[in-house]
Design a protein around this ligand. Structure first.
Ligand code: IPM
Ligand code: MN
Length: 358
């Protein structure tokens, strides 16, 4: 099987960490009996500064032809905030209709969490973040711009169709994960009496179709508290775009930091894109200090998505082994290894895992 994969290394540490993900993908190719054709695109801040282009229409068209997209990081210190994020990352999510942002929060043995008295048995949940609507839809505008009477409006768009397809994915995931089989809706029904109301009604309406899934509801502010106090209560959480953005940064630190957190922008009927969720970390560019495990975990999710479950499991074994046996810290510059050495180690353990479970 040959998979065509678009690689968008992007800005800052993106190219360095993506190189390690590609290395690990290549390492498991032979034992898993698969092949890739990687096609690189130089989207990001450098290209924008050189040519003024963020994401040419022709590239969007080409990206729709791949089996998957592997993204490093988007964000450049010399480019005004919003241009690259909206012009590249969000535009891809929207145009490829990647309506799910899937963010696992798993604490691996050997990784330090800032949560007192919590361990790997307590921290194992997944956030399903709606990825094409809400406050991110870009609805709104200014009135009387830049005057003392200025009005800025940013509207949250919540369509029943958009909410339903996200909830359906979350219910199915809760069933398939076969963990606690619990789905928690995260919203703010006590204040957002339109948007959260729609989510709540859609959730209640869908629940009877999944009798084996226990449902639960939590306000987003309380969710932040429970994620710190009792993370073991969660299995699958489903929420809108903005709340999902916020709680997954909390999730990332709970699982040991941005050096470990990966996510998938999924279009279950189309082309999906996998990325480490941390940013471009410009100050570490080219220093070989960045932790590539998040990018490697994104590559693992990519394999999973392609249906290459054995290869994905081997990569996860590799990540776990490196966490348990090697890294002194997950923080950039404090791992005790270079970015590339961490990639080499994961690759070795992943291949070994494959050989021990052929
Ligand atoms: C993320 C990021 C993006 C988001 C930014 C870079 C636009 O924070 O993937 O969580 O807000 O979705
Ligand atoms: Mn974010």
């Amino acid at each position: 099987m040959t998979y065509r994969i678009a690689v968008l290394p992007g800005d800052g540490i993106g190219p360095e960490v993506v190189a390690e993900g590609v290395k690990v993908l290549q390492a498991v190719a032979a034992p898993a009996d698969l092949k890739y054709e990687f096609v690189y695109y130089d989207l990001g801040g450098e290209r924008y500064r050189r040519t003024g282009e963020t994401l040419p229409d022709s590239v969007v068209g080409e990206l729709k032809q791949f089996a998957a997209i592997y993204l490093g990081a988007i964000g450049h210190p010399e480019v005004k905030p919003g241009i690259l994020e909206k012009g590249i990352l969000l535009r891809l999510r929207f145009e490829l209709d990647q309506y799910i942002n899937l963010r696992p929060v798993v604490l691996y043995p050997g990784v330090e969490t800032p949560l007192k008295n919590k361990g790997p048995e307590d921290i194992n949940f997944v956030v399903v973040r709606e990825n094409t609507e809400g406050l991110y839809a870009g609805a709104g505008g200014f009135l009387r711009y830049n005057t003392p009477d200025e009005v800025a409006i940013q509207e949250s768009i919540n369509t029943r169709r958009g909410v339903d397809r996200c909830l359906k994915f979350a219910f199915e995931l809760a069933r398939k994960r076969n963990h606690k089989k619990k789905l928690t809706l995260v919203a703010k029904t006590n204040v957002l009496t339109y948007a959260s109301d729609l989510w709540f009604r859609a959730f209640e309406a869908m629940a009877p179709q999944y009798p084996e899934v226990t449902t639960d509801y939590a306000h987003v502010d309380a969710t932040c508290m429970w994620m710190v106090k009792n993370p073991e209560w969660f299995d699958v959480l489903v929420t809108d775009n903005m709340f999902g953005d916020i709680i997954t940064d909390l999730g990332a630190i709970v699982q040991g930091g941005l050096g470990l957190a990966a996510g998938g922008n999924l279009n279950p009927e189309g082309v999906s894109m996998f990325e480490p969720i941390g940013g471009s970390a410009p100050k570490y560019t080219g220093t070989q200090k960045a932790n590539p495990l998040a990018a490697i975990a994104a590559a693992q999710m990519l394999l999973e998505h392609l249906g290459e479950t054995k290869a994905a499991a081997a990569v996860e074994e590799g990540i776990k082994a490196v966490c348990a046996k090697h890294l002194k810290s997950m923080a950039a510059g404090r791992m005790g290894y270079t970015t590339s050495q961490v990639g080499d180690l994961v690759a070795q353990y992943a291949v070994a895992a494959f050989e021990s479970k052929p």
